[in-house]
Design a protein around this ligand. Structure first.
Ligand code: NI
Length: 221
């Protein structure tokens, strides 16, 4: 009896422990996730000065996203998100509807704390996160025919908060599938300027405030 009881105990504790051992995140683990990252700007802006009812919007863009997560504990991770540069066309809204304003590129590196609230016992690991984003705009170009009047477009850097939800699904101890949705507060000021001093600058406060959707393959080491 003692032997049977011992085996049952051993098997049941193994069954309890094995799934954990097969899929648990441990303190010190590094999760690397890479795949498609889609940036969908919500794009609200104030009116451009001088143009009542004229504002600015931007289109969607998909790029390669890569993130690394360092597990501070089995439930808490620190994630750094990077991506290849996103480019967006800016177009006029309101009374400037149909007008090409220009194009921009940006990099949205984001540092987030992620909390795996169900712990790490299951293969399905949902999480919530919050973080800080730093966005740099570059390669700003003024579209034709606006570039006949304005030769320079500048967008200020943005520092803002981010929030995300997502999940990892582990195929095995090494590989996982990941999906996430992140909201980033990206607020900037766009300035169109001219070498011609008789041409006043056009300034607009512009909120990209995008949703970033990611679908990734990931691995743990
Ligand atoms: Ni905003």
């Amino acid at each position: 009896m003692n032997t049977v009881k011992g085996i049952v105990l051993a098997v049941s504790s193994a069954l309890f422990v094995l799934p954990m051992a097969a899929s648990a995140y441990d303190k010190g683990d590094i999760l690397v996730k890479f795949g498609a990252a889609s940036v969908s700007p919500e794009s609200s802006s104030d009116n451009i000065n001088n143009y009542i009812g004229a504002s600015v919007g931007a289109d969607d863009e998909v790029q390669l996203g890569v993130s690394g997560t360092y597990m501070v504990s089995d439930r808490l991770g620190l994630e750094l998100l990077a991506a290849t540069p996103f480019s967006h066309d800016l177009d006029g809204k309101g009374t400037l509807s149909g007008t090409d304003i220009g194009s921009i590129k940006h990099l949205p590196p984001t540092l987030s704390a992620q909390y795996y609230f169900m712990g790490s016992k299951s293969k399905f690991k949902p999480y919530v996160g919050a973080g800080v984003n730093y966005t740099v705009f570059f390669d700003e170009e003024v579209a034709s025919p606006l570039n006949q009047a304005y030769n320079d477009l500048e967008l200020d850097d943005s520092v803002g908060l981010s929030a995300q939800v997502g999940f990892d699904y582990q195929f095995n101890k090494k590989w996982m599938l990941n999906a996430s949705a992140m909201y980033i507060d990206i607020d900037t000021t766009a300035t169109l300027s001219s070498d011609d001093p008789s041409n006043p600058d056009l300034v607009v406060d512009y909120d990209l405030d995008p949703m970033v959707y990611r679908l990734n393959v990931g691995f743990t080491f």
